[in-house]
Design a binder for this molecule. Structure first.
Ligand code: FMN
Length: 177
């Protein structure tokens, strides 16, 4: 069985789709379901949450202002810590919430500062209704030299429900990993 990394960014806090404040974000919930299923299937799995060096506001408007500014300036926000032993993983799941019809800028920081050659890359995201937009293509482009696998985009509120876990399980069963 392959060595799998599930790395993701998840802001949590006030959520536009659920209308409530989540201690654990939607993408983090989806990542937990992914990890559980992969472990059940016998994979050697490590999860890693990408944490921004400078935390995002918890309220939705605050996050939106910051995200919009970062995107307009094409910033590359720093993350607090890097994944230990990134090179050891054969398969890397990459998760994020859709922000402003795009990946959060911190995901560009992450993708551009790692070498993906020879790894299987599997993107996943949560969103408030837009779907993955074009972000799976961007992940494939940024993860130079990787073998792409089919991604999964999920509405943020579904990621918190049993139906979301079912979708994750079905999706993982279709992957060639
Ligand atoms: C700054 C910001 C921008 C967002 N932009 C979009 C968007 O363009 N399309 C969309 O469907 N949802 C958008 N959303 C909703 C999030 O993608 C959705 O709530 C997601 O599940 C949040 O994940 P998290 O709890 O892991 O941070 C946005 C949310 C925030 C905070």
């Amino acid at each position: 069985m392959s060595k799998v990394l599930v790395c993701f960014f998840s802001a949590g806090g006030e959520d536009i789709s659920a209308g409530e404040s989540n201690e654990l974000g939607n993408t983090a919930m989806m990542a937990q379901s992914i990890e559980a299923k992969l472990k059940e299937d016998g994979h050697d799995v490590t999860s890693f949450q990408i944490q921004p060096k400078e935390p995002y506001p918890k309220d939705y408007d605050g996050k939106l202002v910051k995200a919009t500014e970062e995107r307009a300036m094409q910033e590359r926000p720093m993350y607090a810590e890097d994944v230990p032993n990134f090179d050891d993983y054969d398969t890397v799941f990459i998760g994020y919430p859709i922000w402003c019809s795009d990946l959060p800028m911190i995901m560009y920081s992450f993708l551009e500062s790692h070498v993906f050659t020879g790894k299987i890359v599997v993107p996943f995201c949560t969103h408030g209704g837009s779907g993955e937009v074009d972000t799976f293509r961007i992940v494939r482009e940024k993860a130079v030299g990787s073998a792409p696998e089919q991604g999964l985009a999920m509405p943020g509120d579904l990621a918190r429900k049993p139906g979301g876990v079912k979708q994750v399980n079905y999706w993982i069963d279709q992957l060639a990993i």
